[in-house]
Design a protein around this ligand. Structure first.
Ligand SMILES: [Zn+2]
Length: 312
């Protein structure tokens, strides 16, 4: 009995062992299979993915080229607007600059009339000699003559201006006003000596406010006269403004064709200090028209001619 039991037990153990072994083997096989499947699957998926990527790359390559072209086109398209934009940005200040310079560009507004023969012809009654526009250095009017009026010495003016001055002095005398001619036509060489003396005395900056450089003087036109009071006490001084002679000239000179050439407060346009003694012949018509604008209207303002300081 014991032997049978032992046999049964051993067979049971063997069966159990077989079952366990088969289970273990089954598990191992299953594991290996699944491992193989995954190992097989992985390369497949890798290959597929690689193929996909290749396809993508292939498909990409073409569009990439297109994109490149497109990009180039876009870049070109972008560059164009960029070019448009950049100049716009660059042009903006360029456009703005002239806007800011517009006051400066008022200069050309003055320039055209000055360039016209009417203002550049030295024989015109409207000829302009200021710090922007010079006469020919050697210009000397051919119709200069001695002025037959009271003067501190012999004076010369162009015939028309001399006649007008003589008439004016007579008219003033009839009202008890004695006018005296103190300066008239000056050649450029004489102006040079005057100017150089002022430079030696006061320096260039000051000299330029009271004396013209040779070639730039209103006196070289033969149409300008410096007029003093009866005893010349205030001649060449701004005190002349308050003398009866100064006041008479200020009120009546235009009736004889003369304008106050360097009025008070117009230094910025004439380039010179107020000179209540300096009168310039332009003819009765224009002298009256200018006076009617204002007794202090300048030749430059009336005709829109550039004035002010020297350009250099
Ligand atoms: Zn003068």
């Amino acid at each position: 009995m014991k032997k049978r039991k032992k046999r049964k037990m051993t067979t049971v153990y063997l069966m159990m062992g077989v079952v366990v072994l088969s289970l273990v083997i089954g598990l191992l096989v299953h594991y290996q299979l699944t491992a193989k499947q995954t190992a097989v699957k992985e390369p497949v998926t890798q290959e597929k993915e690689e193929k996909k990527e290749e396809i993508k790359e292939e498909t990409k390559d073409e569009p990439v080229q297109e994109e490149d072209e497109q990009q180039v086109e876009e870049v070109q398209n972008e560059e164009e607007p960029v070019n448009e934009e950049e100049p716009v940005v660059e042009q903006a200040p360029v456009v703005e600059d002239p806007v800011y310079e517009e006051p400066v560009q008022e200069v050309p507004i003055y320039t055209p009339p000055a360039l016209s023969a009417e203002f550049s012809d030295p024989y015109s009654l409207l000829v302009v000699a200021n710090k922007k526009y010079a006469l020919d250095y050697y210009f000397e009017p051919t119709d200069l003559r001695v002025v037959n009026a009271t003067g501190n010495r012999t004076h010369y003016l162009r015939d028309c201006a001399a006649s007008a001055l003589e008439t004016m002095f007579v008219a003033a005398a009839q009202e008890g006003i004695t006018l005296v001619t103190c300066s008239s036509y000056r050649s450029a060489s004489y102006q040079a000596s005057l100017y150089n003396n002022y430079v030696a005395m006061y320096g260039t900056a000051t000299a330029d406010t009271i004396s013209a450089r040779p070639g730039y003087s209103d006196h070289q036109t033969g149409l300008a006269a410096d007029i003093g009071d009866h005893d010349q006490a205030t001649v060449f001084t701004q005190a002349m403004e308050n003398t009866v002679e100064g006041q008479w000239l200020y009120a009546h000179a235009h009736e004889y064709g003369f304008i106050l050439r360097y009025p008070k407060g117009k230094e910025w346009i004439t380039g010179y200090s107020f000179e209540p003694w300096h009168y310039r012949y332009v003819g009765v018509e224009y002298a009256t028209a200018i006076y009617n604008v204002s007794p202090d209207c300048t030749l430059e303002e009336y005709f829109g001619i550039e004035g002010g300081d020297y350009a250099y």
